[in-house]
Design a protein around this ligand. Structure first.
Ligand SMILES: C[S@@+](CC[C@H](N)C(=O)[O-])C[C@H]1O[C@@H](n2cnc3c(N)ncnc32)[C@H](O)[C@@H]1O
Length: 322
């Protein structure tokens, strides 16, 4: 969801001049406002970050993009309904941001009798507070503003309690939702105890703006949190060769993901080969060998490079291409 259309392609309708909810020393709007509402061509509103100069869901809007990328193609309703009674379905929401992904997921699964455990991660809660203040224009928060506000307030609570999560009744669903406000790559390096996910909503800003969230090391660490006995899906908006090589080298199986309004193709990764409907094939591998932007980021600094000879050898040896 996210990402990545320059602001000048969009119709900026509103610069907020309100003071953030609990905001520390943020500028009070106008040109310096850290977040703005933008109106997309289809009339939907989305959140724009001034620091990254990126809009969170730049083409079809927050709810439609979440549906296309994370809900429709993951079969989440069926997977939730198919769990053993009492078993929690665990979702990692990486980049809570303005909460469009997670709230779209809650809305889409509310009528499935199930137990959902959500672990949200972000280094800041500011876009989520911003979204709460603009819930009327954004629309997707409808019915969930209270849930989100209560979860955001746990930022100030003692670590243990906050991490256990708050309990909610979401229609037919029992929900346990926690938030960890931290630098995500650094958090993973600490290897805290966290429930392995069935689904990861991975939604950072673009690699050029947010390279620390796209390194090989990060995805290797993330792969280390998955359980062999628990098939996990991770859809992501990027379809770049560099990102797909990164996922393969980190030990994921990788396939083509469904189109969203923004991209004619996305990417879906899993720890289980059987979960991938359209795996990348040898034709893709050959294109990767010719690409001028395929080598994973090993440092959190964006650059584009051809595959190094050792990377090519590792790629060819991946079980997906055996
Ligand atoms: C595109 S926005 C996410 C949008 C969100 N998923 C939604 O549905 O509204 C990317 C988010 O990633 C977060 N982020 C970027 N770098 C991060 C890091 N190093 N650690 C944790 N969060 C990070 C940003 O603060 C931002 O909220």
């Amino acid at each position: 969801m996210s990402h990545h259309t320059p602001l000048d392609l969009q119709n900026v309708v509103k610069q907020t001049s309100d003071t953030p909810h609990h905001a520390r020393d943020l500028p009070a709007g106008g040109e310096g406002a850290p977040y703005k509402l933008v109106r997309l061509a289809n009339g939907a509103y989305s959140v724009h970050s001034s620091a990254e100069r990126e809009t969170f869901h730049p083409v079809i809007g927050p709810a439609a993009e979440a549906e296309a990328l994370y809900i429709g193609q993951t079969g989440i309703r069926e997977r939730l309904g198919g769990l053993q009674s009492g078993e929690e379905f665990v979702v990692w929401d990486v980049g809570l941001g303005a909460a469009a992904n997670v709230l779209s997921l809650l809305r889409a699964t509310a009528q499935t009798r199930s137990k959902l455990r959500v672990l949200s991660f972000d280094k800041t809660t500011e876009p989520a507070w911003f979204a709460l203040r603009h819930h009327e224009e954004l629309g997707y928060l409808g019915g969930y503003t209270d849930f989100l506000e209560r979860v955001l307030k746990t930022e100030k609570e003692p670590e243990g309690d906050a991490w256990e999560g708050l309990h909610f009744v979401n229609g037919e669903q029992r929900l346990r939702w926690s938030l960890r406000v931290a630098d995500f790559p650094a958090l993973l390096r600490l290897k805290p105890k966290m429930e392995p996910p069935h689904l990861i909503l991975f939604d950072a800003f673009s690699p050029a703006r947010n390279p620390d969230m796209w390194t090989l090391g990060l995805f290797q660490n993330l792969r280390g949190f998955l359980a062999d006995s628990r098939p996990c899906l991770m859809p992501t908006y990027s379809r770049s060769t560099m990102f797909r090589v990164t996922l393969l080298l980190a030990g994921f199986f990788v396939g083509k993901g469904r189109a969203t309004g923004e991209k004619e193709e996305t990417t879906i990764a899993s720890n289980c080969r059987e979960q991938i409907a359209f795996p990348l094939d040898h034709a893709w591998l050959e294109r990767a060998a010719r690409s001028t932007s395929a080598e994973p980021l090993r440092e959190p600094i964006y650059r584009q490079q051809r595959l190094a000879p050792e990377t090519w050898e590792q790629l060819k040896a991946h079980p997906q291409f055996a």
